[in-house]
Design a protein around this ligand. Structure first.
Ligand SMILES: [Zn+2]
Length: 254
């Protein structure tokens, strides 16, 4: 295993790393390292029109903006110190979770961009990428819709993770014989690597399915709206949009 790949694998969640490991076994020995500049460039790649350092600056601005506005309101209302402290704690809570979220998402971005560089440097043996979402009830609808989708190497429309803040999805190399490779991690225990999110969800009980999809989309799914119908690679579709696209299956929501 090359140093570059090793570093990448360590930055993702253990459960995800495990599923990647299974997918990478056949070529690990023959991977070559991409130039370090490619990885550096990857980190500078924009997500939602902002580079990762710009995301950090925006979040910092948001927190300062929130604090100012809370202070103005408190002053206007002539609030007591304990009340003002409550307001600040609320904003501090925001500032605690946002940098963590930013850090987690930017690690995902950097690791997936580094993967892109590794695949590019190994295009003689890798024929494409496969999107791997996390098999649990917290996965986003954007990512569950993309799970197990395969993209040709270098396809400019490849929906690289992260697709949204806090995204845990990864891209793994795709080979024609990948279907026979081991298992992937899932909530409740490992499943065969061939299991996509929809297949996984079908095997869960109703409570789990509803937690994952929400009541309305669960009914839509039961009525035949496919998993990939719930989102584009960038956002969830609204119920109104689903009604337009699947009038029959969504008739209950009228
Ligand atoms: Zn995601």
């Amino acid at each position: 295993m090359t140093e570059g790949l090793d570093g990448v694998t360590q930055t993702v969640e253990p459960a995800t790393a495990k599923s990647i490991k299974a997918a990478e076994i056949p070529v690990v020995a023959s991977y070559v390292s991409p130039p370090i500049e490619m990885i550096a460039q990857a980190v500078a790649t924009k997500f939602d029109d902002r580079t990762w350092p710009q995301w950090g600056a925006k979040l910092a601005d948001d927190v300062v903006g929130r604090l100012n506005s809370e202070l103005r309101q408190a002053a206007f209302l002539g609030e007591s110190i304990p009340k003002i402290r409550k307001r600040f704690e609320k904003v501090a809570g925001l500032s605690r979770t946002s940098p963590e979220r930013l850090a987690r998402t930017s690690v995902n971005a950097a690791s997936n961009r580094a993967r892109a560089a590794i695949f590019e440097a190994n295009k003689d043996i890798v024929d494409g990428y496969m999107f791997i979402a996390t098999l649990d009830s917290r996965v986003s609808r954007i990512c569950s819709a993309l799970d197990h989708k395969v993209f040709r190497l270098g396809d400019p429309d490849t929906p690289w993770p992260p697709r949204h803040p806090n995204c845990r999805s990864v891209m793994v190399p795709h080979f024609d014989d990948i279907e026979n490779l081991g298992e992937r991690a899932a909530q409740g225990g490992d499943v065969p690597a061939t299991t996509d999110f929809e297949t996984f969800l079908k095997r869960q009980d109703e409570a789990f399915q509803k937690e994952a999809l929400g009541e309305t989309r669960w009914r839509a799914w039961k009525n035949g709206v496919p998993m990939e119908g719930f989102a584009t690679p960038s956002r969830e579709l609204t119920v109104a949009e689903l009604k337009r696209l699947y009038p029959k299956q969504m008739a209950f929501a009228a």
